[in-house]
Design a protein around this ligand. Structure first.
Ligand code: UD1
Length: 251
């Protein structure tokens, strides 16, 4: 969870990303073997699936990644898998996150990215707060419900609970789980929900597509439900409400 997470930044600073995100994973794995720590939960990403039709399932073949950030996630999965095969006492859970958003409902713990946010939700909260002028919606000509990109947003508190379940139910060998809701939401659906639930305006304009973006990405969540006894409980309304509560508290 100390990884760097900017896709654009990874493209311009690949070595920093390979050192920080990949080498650290290898060092931690090595230390686990040395000191007899046999349970490893890895924060992976839906980005490892590449561009293929949703719903995305854990047993799908992975497609080529498009940037160093995604490549490091795929390489880390492979390194941990090889390590587990060679060391039967080292068990690994690979958690493929979809799009984590929101904040703790207390409004005290949330996300405050450095500089101008790359991801949709923190950008929306900064626009609502008046710190940024307007949201650019990247493309409305995708083959989706309203032409804007569809993603599987998951409340960060549900995501955190998924980790607890993954640790409690960690099985031998390597096990992969999608952590998503199984539901796709478009950019405009998310923005409209934000405005309605929080009763605040978010000015936006439609601009061209962002290079590297795909139309649709959402999870098949049946495996985590069956094997971990976990499913996401919170919906888009809670996500936009809690994201905005945190942003307002965040001085
Ligand atoms: C991105 C990364 C993914 C990473 C995740 C971390 C890419 C290609 N993927 O996912 O690897 O795990 O962040 O949270 O960068 N959008 C706008 N305007 C904005 C920002 C985003 O319209 O200002 C749209 C995007 O086009 C997309 C959706 O909102 O359709 C979500 O974008 P974002 O929050 O950046 O997440 P991903 O691109 O899905």
């Amino acid at each position: 969870l100390a990884g760097l997470k900017g896709v654009g930044e990874a493209v311009s600073k690949p070595l920093e990303y390979y050192f920080n995100n990949l080498v650290s994973t290898m060092v931690i794995s090595k230390m686990c073997l040395k000191y007899g720590v046999g349970k490893f939960v890895f924060s992976s990403s839906a980005t490892v699936y590449g561009d293929q039709p949703s719903p995305l399932k854990e047993d799908m073949e992975l497609k080529k990644t498009t940037n160093p950030y995604g490549e490091i996630k795929a390489m880390s999965e492979r390194i941990l898998t090889d390590t587990s095969i060679a060391n039967p006492n080292f068990s690994v859970s690979l958690l493929r996150y979809f799009n984590p958003v929101g904040a703790h409902e207390s409004g005290l713990i949330g996300e405050d990215p450095n500089g101008i946010p790359n991801n949709l939700m923190p950008f929306v909260t900064k626009v609502a707060k008046g710190q940024l002028e307007k949201l650019s919606v990247f493309g409305n000509d995708y083959d989706t419900i309203d032409g804007t990109g569809v993603r599987d947003y998951i409340h960060v508190v549900d995501l955190a609970k998924g980790h607890v379940k993954a640790i409690e139910n960690l099985k031998d060998g390597v096990n992969i789980y999608n952590l998503g809701t199984g539901r796709g939401t478009s950019v405009l659906e998310l923005v409209n929900a934000f405005m309605k639930v929080n009763d605040i305006d978010v000015p936006y304009e439609i601009v061209g597509r962002r290079p590297g973006d795909i139309a649709t990405c959402f999870a098949d969540v049946s495996k985590a439900k069956k094997e971990l006894g976990w499913k996401a409980e919170l919906g888009i309304e809670e996500m936009v409400r809690d994201a905005w509560r945190f942003e307002q508290n965040n001085k």
